[in-house]
Each structure stands twice: as structure tokens, then as C-alpha cells.
Design a binder for this molecule. Structure first.
Ligand code: SF4
Length: 139
């Protein structure tokens, strides 16, 4: 079933609008100050950016394909990961805006937000420095 429907059994905690999305993948920005860099997760995998480092996204079939070839201690050179068929496919889908093959996490973080489609994220820290609560709301 999952083979025909890559979203079968996959949960997403992102609210993605039903209409068209203008995607601007920050991992592909040339301007380094505004771009997202690749990141390493605590299990030793390289991932395209740190926003993908959450349980729902890491368990998505698209990410599982990437993670299979992304273990840093299993390659001699990072380029082996970056130029792998899986990473090239991930990049191609972003570049060509193949929306059905793009993670909800990417649609959430890297879509152009206009008019009322703005998101406000508040994180409140207690005196001890720990997070007391965090909330997201639309503006
Ligand atoms: S969320 Fe997706 S599209 Fe945006 S920078 Fe990260 S990998 Fe690229």
C-alpha cells in the first residue's frame, strides 16, 4: 500500500494549505546569509537541513530513502552522500517543484508566506532557562 501511496500511515504535524504553494527552498539559496545549511543529526546522519530533524519527518518514506545513504561514518567523503542518487532525487524534486514528492516539513518552512499566511512562534523560557511553553499561531 505504501508503495502506491507514499503518505500511507505517515502523520504530519504541519498545516499545509490546500491551494498552490510558492516554494522557495532555502537549502538552494545562493545567498549564504539566508540559506539553510546541511546538518548532522545525533544518530550520525547528514540531512539537508536541521528543520527536517523531527520524528515525523525522519520517519517519512522520503526521508528514510535519504537516511539509507547518509550515515557519515559509512562514507569516505561527504560528497558520496551529496551526489548519491537519493540526494540528487531529493534536490531535483525541490528544484522542479514536484509537490507530491516534497516533504510537508519543506512546504511548511520554505513556502513564501504572503498576506495573512504568517506564522508567529513564541517560546517562553522559565527562570531556570528551560522552555516553559511554546505556541504557534497564525497572524
Ligand atoms: S525545509 Fe526542506 S526545502 Fe527548506 S531548507 Fe530544509 S530541506 Fe530545504
Amino acid at each position: 500500500m505504501r508503495k502506491n501511496n507514499p503518505k500511507a500511515g505517515v502523520t504530519s504535524n504541519y498545516l499545509i494549505p490546500k491551494g498552490p504553494i510558492k516554494l522557495m527552498p532555502r537549502c538552494m539559496f545562493k545567498n549564504k546569509t539566508k540559506s539553510q545549511q546541511a546538518a548532522v543529526i545525533n544518530r550520525g546522519h547528514l540531512i539537508p537541513c536541521c528543520w527536517l530533524d523531527n520524528a515525523n519527518t525522519l520517519n517519512h518514506p522520503i526521508m528514510k530513502e535519504l537516511l539509507k545513504v547518509s550515515k557519515i561514518n559509512e562514507v569516505e567523503d561527504i560528497e558520496q552522500i551529496l551526489f548519491s542518487k537519493e540526494w540528487q532525487e531529493f534536490e531535483k524534486n525541490l528544484r522542479e517543484r514536484n509537490m507530491d514528492k516534497i516533504l510537508d516539513c519543506c512546504k511548511h518552512h520554505c513556502r513564501l508566506r504572503e498576506d495573512k499566511d504568517k506564522l508567529k512562534i513564541e517560546t517562553h523560557y522559565g527562570k531556570a532557562g528551560g522552555v516553559e511553553f511554546s505556541r504557534k499561531s497564525r497572524m
